[in-house]
Design a protein around this ligand. Sequence first.
Ligand code: 5AD
Ligand code: SF4
Length: 481
Amino acid sequence: MPEHYIESAASDPVTAERLERVDSVRKKLEKNGRTGENAPKYFIQTFGCQQNEADSERLAGLCAAMGYVRTDRPDEAQLILVNTCAVREHAEKKALSIIGGYKHIKDKNPDVVIGVGGCMVTQKARADKLRNSYPYVSFTFDTGAVDRVPELVLGALDGGKRAFVLSEEFKIAEGIPIRRESKHMAWLSIMYGCNNFCSYCIVPYVRGRERSRSAGAILEEAKALIADGARDITLLGQNVNSYDGGTVGGTRIDIAELMHRICALDGDFRLRFMTSHPKDASDRLIEAMASEDKVAKHFHLPVQSGSDRILAAMNRRYTADAYYEKIEKIRAAVPDVSLTSDIIVGFPGETEEDFEDTLAMMEKARYDMVFSFIYSPRAGTPAASMPDQIPREISSERMERLLALGAKIADERNERFVGRELRVLAEGVSKNDPAMLTGRGDPVRPIHFAADRSRIGQFVNVTITGAKTYCLEGEPAPRQD
Ligand code: 5AD
Ligand code: SF4
């Protein structure tokens, strides 16, 4: 039997067993003299959303714990992990093309281990495709099986069968080591999965049902992050508004309560959250944003469409008016809030009139930034088999109009910051000008300003001197607290 699917048992034992496998790999590498200068290298390629980035930081943590050291060059790696996305066809095509390119690396170095994880290979058809057409891929692992990577690496090093993991159940795996990309900005996963089944979306199928981490585990992680220098923490989940931390000491821990508790931790940091579903964005959450100084005044509230007909077909469970009322509530509570949105163009059946409703919503909502996507049919979702799929030329033409309007509104919105002083976390050196630093304030735009590199990782008061569509410019204010 050349290869097999491993079924994850529902009662999979957790951290201890996982870490045993990490040790086994490390010992094996040690035995072969692959330590220190000789340590093998890992390379991780990540596609998709913040959730995937957070998962890749877990993969990196596991690789480091197993004894691999990081490289940014796949051709010098002994372990290559690809973390794929499935939300649109383009992401899948790109991943397959990159994986295709790794064949040359395997040809040159037959010992290299190549593993593919993430949303794409959580679909059996895609895992099958890799199994059948990409024989140099050693293993695939679904989004619920990150903790099984050490076992899979061990199997590959031992020359075992190729493995294709498709879990039956997605659980929360606590205790996976995390190697974060940034010391100052951190993703903090608070829940996984989604129950909403928007008719276009593959996520509920590839990330499973909603499950929330315990508030205790989240608070511990937040504390450790802050102690380690994190100054910008983003609570992550597909729909953080339905976070359910149960009842602790008689108090229900919803997202608002969780945020209050995190804000009560000592330390100077900013707290964000991603992503919200408008139907679940509660008054309590809005109040938490308004009342907590540490919470960034930024609300990402994807509308997807401004047409009631399309919203119903998308199974979004709100109307354009109900969505707009929510925005009014947010603006009443947090007048200077930065509002951002996701919009899909060319959903099946979208008429010119429906599209104009979306443009009208953009005019009304005055988003600081819009992330827009041409609808991409996803096999297995209801929308993929809906009639009236929109031809590409029409979607592209609508997209151009949407982008132009989005940029015009963003320009106008950005102007309001000129002359104001913003508290900015200096994240690093600007890519375009090494004399400048780049950071983020409450608004989502990057802010460029001249300051010494020693300020990286600190908050700097910046007077905004100019606004462009996609960034702000400024200089350190005379008064720094
Ligand atoms: N086609 C295009 N865009 C999609 N999104 C989700 N599924 C699809 C799809 N099939 C977009 C939504 C979501 C964002 C993360 O990706 O706008 O909010
Ligand atoms: Fe997809 Fe809708 Fe869930 Fe967001 S809320 S992940 S768009 S199903």
